[in-house]
Write a protein that binds this ligand. Structure first.
Ligand SMILES: *[C@@H]1O[C@H](CO)[C@@H](O)[C@H](O)[C@H]1NC(C)=O
Ligand SMILES: *[C@@H]1O[C@H](CO)[C@@H](O)[C@H](O)[C@H]1NC(C)=O
Ligand SMILES: *[C@@H]1O[C@H](CO)[C@@H](O)[C@H](O)[C@H]1NC(C)=O
Ligand SMILES: [Zn+2]
Length: 337
């Protein structure tokens, strides 16, 4: 499958929005091909119809640029270890999970008026995330660690940080931790959307995992990647473009773990593992990891994607449990042949 690049003319909207609004770049007005569920065939809709879906918080996937959801045969063929090996190395690294640092990160991200994928403040937020990753690398004084701004046919880049694997036979295999960076105000795309739990919390899980692994001096055999996706709220656009590019270059994705709305604690101290449209063998492995490394228990459920907006409703202790899950997964899968 080939990634289709579109030439896109961007016009600045010269207008007098109230101060709390962000500049939104002119939207493409061509029709989009979307899927609203697994069963029904995709259908073409107008931008107007997309806006109605967004206002109704409907779930859909925009597959205009990659025609069908991508099934990674490499990932699907993988087996995962049944035993965990690196407790004595992994558990001490948890001391470096910093709740104040995570809180500051989420509050900083929430201050960008909106992180809508086609807005100026969304562009600024993406650049800020990239500079945070660069700063973490600078502070670690490590080599073989990089940050890439992954360009999209719209204004906001996705961001990809990478710890290069050290084993000549395994470094082409990638373990990905991802979260979407964009936010949306469903009622009015121009208005504020702090998106703290959805999904600055997912972003900080990925960033904190990156920081803790850098501080640990762990050099994995496989490569580890940390993805911050643009455009999730408008039909999983950003992750779709990355998946499409990785499919085109036949990237060997060993595992991918996505974090979305991880800070809402319903009082049960549980880590939710989504079971629909995910790899059952990987979910089983993550269950084992939670049992071994987290203070919370795991529960499996189908995706109920809820929207919560402000960080005062978030439990950063819970976010920290997700960081433990990711750090342990990165080391166990990154290291074990
Ligand atoms: C990281 O280090 C490079 C090279 O020393 C420097 O140019 C850059 O400004 C630093 N960036 C951040 C965000 O610290
Ligand atoms: C940073 O890395 C360089 C080159 O690898 C090394 O010479 C230097 O001593 C390191 N500095 C610190 C503070 O670790
Ligand atoms: C925690 O971070 C500090 C500071 O970067 C580092 O020196 C230490 O080795 C880290 N501890 C572990 C167990 O990774
Ligand atoms: Zn989300």
């Amino acid at each position: 499958m080939k990634l289709k690049t579109k030439s896109l003319t961007i016009f600045l909207l010269l207008s007098s929005f109230s101060f709390s609004n962000s500049t939104i770049f002119r939207e493409q007005d061509d029709n989009r091909l979307i899927k609203v569920n697994q069963e029904d065939p995709p259908k073409w809709v107008t931008q107007e119809e997309i806006n109605v879906l967004l206002a109704n918080k409907a779930h859909f996937m925009d597959i205009t640029d990659h025609k069908s959801p991508i099934h990674d045969v490499y990932l699907a063929s993988q087996e995962f270890p049944e035993t965990l090996y690196f407790q004595s190395f992994i558990k001490p690294t948890f001391e470096n999970i910093s709740i104040p640092r995570m809180t500051t990160f989420v509050n900083s991200l929430a201050k960008f008026t909106t992180r809508y994928h086609n807005s100026q403040s969304g562009v600024d937020a993406s650049n800020w995330i990239a500079s945070q990753a660069t700063e973490a690398i600078n502070n670690s004084n490590r080599t073989g660690v990089t940050v890439e701004k992954f360009a999209n046919p719209w204004r906001q880049n996705s961001v990809i940080a990478r710890i290069q694997g050290s084993d000549s036979g395994l470094k082409d295999e990638i373990i990905i931790f991802g979260a979407h960076m964009d936010s949306i105000n469903s009622k009015n795309r121009f208005a504020a959307a702090p998106g703290s739990d959805d999904n600055a919390g997912g972003c900080v899980t990925v960033m904190e995992t990156f920081r803790v692994l850098l501080a640990s001096d762990f050099v994995p055999k496989r490569s580890l990647e940390f993805h911050f996706y643009s455009g999730e709220e408008v039909g999983l656009l950003g992750s779709g473009h990355v998946a499409s590019a990785y499919y085109s270059k036949r990237a060997k994705v060993r595992a991918m773990v996505n974090f979305d709305v991880v800070g809402y604690n319903a009082g049960k101290n549980q880590i939710g593992l989504v079971t629909d449209h995910t790899d059952a063998k990987l979910t089983k492995f993550l269950n084992t990891v939670v049992q071994e490394y987290c203070s919370y228990t795991a529960f499996e459920h189908a995706d109920i994607h809820t929207k919560r907006d402000t960080s005062d409703k978030m439990s950063f202790e819970q976010v920290g449990e997700f960081v433990k899950l990711a750090v342990a997964t990165g080391i166990e899968l990154g290291e074990k042949s």
